[in-house]
Write a new protein. Structure first.
Length: 342
């Protein structure tokens, strides 16, 4: 039983790793393994198939309608980087997330910066039972009262539109984008985060055996699992992601030394900020600042993060961001007891 729990924990961890590709890769590997094993599978006799088929179709028949009715249909909008028309700040905000997912950290950076209190629901990456009500199965998902918004960029665009609308009426709420880059540039830099920065960062955290080990040390430290589960998950996760990580540079088209590529990418942001303003947004952060900060925050304290701070010029900007964002406005966390060793 404890072996099962540990294996499950490993998958949970591996899927909680910090990028869409890295989130799904370990499971894909296991599925590939499963399809190999299937060739050795001997089908049961016709009678057994008939019984099995009967039971399955009855179960499907009785469950299908209620499942279809229950699902909330959602998908990210095409124009996820564009501020949608505001509808008014909701009374309740519930974020469905993985704790160390970069896209979720991006949303948390915005919620924290805007001082919007939110409840976190930690999603089980294997069963996803916390999202059983939703057709969309990735995280982050944000419930704004009864409305569901999915996709990190769409969520941040929506939150910003709401806060900007409120800040026009109430100066106590922080506006964004004063004397900073244009709205078009802001979109360009947000895309840069999703299409370039997050990939280079992910390739770096699994760059070598020792780095993969340290990354998993950091990830497992975010859990309150028992010592045994944590150690097993750390070792197996580190091995798995080290192997997956080897293919990342080719897959993402990253040439040359990975660390140098990371430093260069961090410096690209710093050069764009320039010396005359503290943030891309000018005197206050904009959505591009929040996106870079969130993605970096997901790997805070890993060797990759520390190297980036010490060998690129990004640290002063990161410190300014940490100060301006301030303490988290998260009010509670639910659903995080799965995977725990009791
Ligand atoms: N473009 C999406 C990407 C979200 C995403 O890929 N999330 C990963 C977690 S890092 C995920 O949920 N993957 C599917 C899974 O775990 O099954 C966004 O910005 O929110």
């Amino acid at each position: 039983m404890s072996l099962f729990r540990s294996a499950r924990s490993l998958l949970v961890l591996a899927r909680s790793a910090t990028h869409v590709e890295t989130c799904v890769a370990p499971v894909q590997i296991l599925l590939r393994q499963y399809s190999v094993d299937q060739s050795k599978f001997t089908p049961p006799s016709f009678g057994k198939w008939a019984i099995l088929g009967g039971i399955t179709s009855s179960a499907l028949f009785f469950s299908q309608k209620s499942f279809a009715d229950a699902k909330v249909e959602s998908k990210p909008p095409e124009d996820e980087y564009i501020r949608p028309p505001p509808k008014g700040l909701p009374k309740s905000l519930v974020l469905y997330q993985y704790e160390v997912c970069p896209y979720c950290c991006k949303v948390k950076a915005a919620l924290d910066y805007y001082k919007l209190p939110y409840i976190v629901v930690e999603v089980n990456p294997l069963l996803k039972s916390e999202l059983s009500w939703s057709s969309y199965k990735k995280v982050p998902v944000l419930k704004m009262d009864e409305e569901v918004v999915v996709g990190s960029s769409a969520i941040v665009s929506r939150l910003t539109a709401e806060v900007e609308a409120v800040s026009k009426k109430s100066p106590s709420k922080k506006p964004v984008g004063q004397s900073g880059i244009s709205i078009e540039e802001e979109v360009k830099w947000r895309k840069w985060v999703d299409e370039k920065f997050v990939k280079i960062l992910t390739a770096n955290i699994y760059r070598s055996w020792s780095e993969s080990w340290d990354t998993f040390k950091y990830i497992t430290e975010q859990t309150n699992w028992s010592w045994g589960t944590r150690e097993l998950a750390r070792s197996s996760g580190a091995i798995l992601m080290w192997q997956v990580g080897k293919r990342m540079p080719a897959k993402y088209g990253i040439e040359g030394d990975l660390r140098e590529a990371l430093y260069r990418t961090c410096n690209e942001l710093v050069d764009e900020v320039g010396l005359k303003r503290p943030f891309l947004g000018g005197s206050t952060p904009n959505m591009a600042d929040l996106a870079v900060y969130g993605v970096l925050k997901a790997v805070e304290k890993t060797p990759t993060f520390l190297d980036a701070m010490h060998h690129s010029r990004i640290e002063p900007w990161y410190i300014r961001m940490t100060e301006v964002i301030g303490p988290s406005s998260r009010v509670s966390t639910e659903g995080s007891t799965w995977g725990l060793s009791s």
